[in-house]
Write a protein that binds this ligand. Sequence first.
Ligand code: PA5
Length: 470
Amino acid sequence: MKKVENIRFDYNNMMSTYVGKEQGITDKELSAIKPLAKQAHAFVKENRGTGMMGWTELAYNQKDIVADIQATAKIVRRNADAFVVLGIGGSALGPMAVFQALCHLRHNELKKSKRKAPKFYVEDNVDPERMASLFDILDLDKTVFNVITKSGSTSETMSQYLIIMNMLKEKYGDKANEHIIATTDAKNGNLIKIAKKEKLKTFYIPDGVGGRFSEICPVGLFPAAVLGIDIKEILKGCAQMDKLCRKADFATNPALVAAALQYIAIGKGKNISVMMPYADSLKLMADWYCQLWGESLGKAINNKGEKVNVGQTPVKALGVTDQHSQVQLYTEGPFDKVTTFIGVDKYRAEVTIPGGAEDFPNVSFLSGHTMNELITCEMLATEYALTKNNRLNNIIMLPEVNANTIGQLMFFFMLETAYIGAMFDINTFNQPGVEEGKNATYALLGRAGYEEKANELNSRAQKSKAYIVG
Ligand code: PA5
């Protein structure tokens, strides 16, 4: 059996030895944080599988669900030319990130014989132009939709569902339900009621699994299986990372040391976390991370009810592309960032740079090297430039991008988030700020039960024309 290697977390450049005493973290500071990190580890250990931490067990308790997912996915793969996810936030970002990481980078442009799976679309917005453009490319006869919403009431997702279901009913009458599969909470929300009424095939989002922690339940596993991704291997990767993080010891627990370092860094004014993969396949992984980190940690009050307004703003970047856009700022701007590079030991393709400019030594030095060497050198060079300029940075190295390492990486980030949330003593798993916006939308659109919110909105300070120009 092929040995699957662990991903590696290298935090040398977070330390004062490398980035200097003024900005860097000292061994003394790291030692001092250990008791708090230990407490956070104990919190996660004690609360595993309870409350909103049901996600910790998903690598172990989904045998029957995985079998159902794979059987349903097989049928969809056989019959469909296109598979469209309707969802937003945690119900969209994970499926998109895993698709980009593990499918061909130009999947939808491949011929069907090469693609071996339906084309894949995720409608994670309610831009009318985008929705209308989807109608122009889909052949409804060969399309399956997957409507995903934990709450079963998100306006964006439910409006998309209504539009699609209406089209399907007009075309297929009472056979419309053959084209749409629901993924939602088994008990709560409107989608489960609708799904029952319309007799939709339904996957359930387990208790204790919030949107941004839901990629490794049917929310993400079903779309991944439709795409032919080995979902058991993703779960194996999660279990591998989980096992590694069972100990409250920095030397063996990468997610705990990562959380502790970010905690110290935030205390030093590093209010921005830049996630910068050096692989196009991981570009959307940075988007997924941004939601996880931002929505989990950005909180007004702590568990004691004290006003804390904590959080660290996540920013996505792509190596090497953003070296020519953002890195100037990261290298010389304010000392307010921690940059996390994600590197890959072995890319899934090798491309050699040929000759052709022998008379121009400033160009011909590239010839004979591979693009693999070039991208790797550029990551090392950026790491060097940031470190030389006393900028905190760290690297997560993936032996290669595959289902197992993606499972490891996502579980690493989920545990890191849970640990640092516990260190801040906040509720990592709620999102009152998001709910506020959702409720205001319901009120603006006249949903029954939201009259008080509508009154509140109507009595807000009216905008002054004096401050509107043009
Ligand atoms: O992480 C979260 O809980 C949110 O970002 C949700 O995923 C997002 O608001 C979509 O919610 P739902 O899945 O209930 O439609």
